[in-house]
Design a protein around this ligand. Structure first.
Ligand code: GAP
Length: 474
């Protein structure tokens, strides 16, 4: 497999998708800035996510990042949202114990600190950087604390604590689907690989509330084949409805949101041959989940979780009911219940790095092309005057203003040769480019070029005043 991750990191910085934050002060691992193109790409991805969930009558919410301690005491994050950390006594590098075990080729995952200490004793684990024997390990809570508040490690709790208000908004009906776009913060022990493990990251989360006796949503429609890796070790490749019938995903609502996740990731541009859904082993699940499936995308030759889809049962609502003393119970057909929750949680940063790595390729001349769909590409179209001559520039700028009336995602560029400008647009994923030349001054026609086929055609300006350039040239 051709490895593109390093190339993407370089292109992203040079072209303005993303780069390490605070670099003039030496950089701090775990923080990345989105540049001008990254902001547009991220917005487009979130728009696709939001529009697809609007089809499920989702209500969206926006709650604070800073959250008071009692919320995370109730949710279990204060007591259980931790990793086992180790620090090398010699080189002072910090690692997750899991990473050190992997490096030392030990396949066990400790359930708690006691088991971790036993493994450290038994295997005399070596530091992955300097080889010194690891001695110090400790429980490390992943939340950032600010006085008596915490920065939220997930956006979900902002939805759970508002359950009753939302239920009222939803006119007392279940199922009820609620979404939130926002930042999550985790004091990751070893932040790494650009956008993959950040201390501050972007989540789009859905909490779908159900009557536990009716854990089903819409019908499971045939979309395309889905690749499932259940924890029984028998991979499944087929239709989601079949996976539900065969009890591979035994819960219809969970199966629906796995399917929906594939639909959304495909629309964003993640291909099915680079996507799979893996079920967690019981010892891997978060403290709140009874079943979890990760959408995993391949980056070069490594699989990464990009979306987590969990059955959270009524774990969170039950705990908030008890700790806040505000009832989370509702009455349905004379039954008092606390709803169950299915949660598809999308990590936007990981979706972005997977999408970019999977979309970039090199032409025979060595130039990079970012094959993004126009639904997500920062710009739909670029417009150039052939040369920086006054008449061509004026004509191109007039045409640009006209085009902007139908489509705001257009970029004007008159810097460098035409070849350089095509290459620049190819590398940032712009699907079409238009050039205004001397013939334009005579007959109001321009050339339109397609990024993927590199075909160029002459068209009338009046035919291009649309945002459906793909219908004009393929
Ligand atoms: N509310 C459930 C939850 O937060 P998660 O599996 O811990 O579940 C969901 O996170 C998604 O958020 C992940 O699939 C991943 O894409 C993203 N994510 C989690 N931690 C991250 C980090 N440190 N950096 C970047 N993305 C992260």
């Amino acid at each position: 497999m051709i490895k593109m991750y390093e190339d993407i990191i370089e292109i992203a910085k040079r072209r303005g998708f993303f780069w390490p934050s605070f670099s003039i002060y030496g950089g701090f691992s775990g923080f990345y800035d989105y540049g001008p193109l990254g902001v547009l790409l991220k917005d487009n991805i979130i728009k696709i996510w939001k529009e697809n969930y609007l089809q499920d009558s989702t209500a969206f919410l926006d709650t604070p990042n800073l959250t008071p301690e009692p919320v995370f005491k109730a949710s279990g994050h204060i007591d259980r949202f931790s990793d086992i950390a180790c620090e090398c006594t010699k080189c002072k590098n910090k690692f997750k114990l899991e990473t050190v075990l992997k490096f030392n080729k030990i396949e066990k995952i400790p359930k708690n600190l006691k088991e971790g200490l036993e493994l450290v004793e038994e295997f005399k684990l070596k530091c992955p950087v300097c080889g010194t024997i690891i001695k110090n390990i400790s429980d490390f809570n992943l939340m950032f604390k600010a006085n008596d508040m915490y920065l939220r490690p997930e956006t979900a709790q902002g939805i759970f604590v508002n359950f009753k208000l939302l239920y009222n908004y939803n006119k007392g009906k279940l199922p009820m689907v609620v979404g939130q776009v926002g930042k999550g913060f985790r004091n990751e022990i070893s932040p790494r690989q650009s956008l993959i493990r950040l201390k501050e990251f972007n989540q789009c989360e859905i909490e779908a509330f159900f009557d536990p006796e009716h854990l089903e949503f819409k019908e499971l429609y045939a979309y395309s084949e889905i690749k499932l890796l259940p924890n029984n070790g028998n991979p499944f490749y087929g239709n989601i409805a079949e996976a539900y019938d065969k009890k591979i995903i035994p819960n219809k609502a969970l199966a629906y949101f796995v399917l929906k996740t594939q639909v959304i990731l495909n629309k964003i541009g993640i291909d099915n041959d680079k996507l799979r859904f893996r079920q967690h082993n019981p010892d891997e699940r978060a403290h709140y989940a009874s079943d979890s499936w990760d959408a995993e995308a391949i980056i070069d030759d490594e699989w990464f979780e990009i979306v987590g889809i969990a059955n959270r049962t009524n774990f969170d609502l039950k705990n908030h009911d008890r700790e806040s003393r505000e009832s989370m119970k509702i009455n349905i057909d004379n039954r008092e219940i606390i709803p169950y929750v299915i949660e598809p949680s999308y990590g936007i940063d990981r979706i972005i790095i997977s999408l970019l790595t999977q979309s970039v390729y090199k032409r025979d001349n060595g130039y990079n092309v970012l094959k993004l769909d126009s639904r997500v590409s920062p710009f739909h179209l670029a417009i150039f005057p052939l040369m920086k001559k006054e008449k061509l520039v004026d004509k191109a700028k007039n045409f640009y203003s006209e085009l902007l009336k139908n489509d705001k995602y257009i970029i004007y560029d008159d810097v460098g040769s035409i070849g350089k400008r095509y290459a620049r647009q190819d590398e940032i994923g712009t699907p079409y480019c238009i050039t205004v030349d001397f013939q334009t001054l005579e007959d109001d026609t321009v050339t339109i070029r397609c990024r993927d086929s590199m075909k160029q055609e002459r068209k009338k300006i009046s035919d291009l005043l649309t945002n459906k350039y793909g219908e004009i040239i393929q």
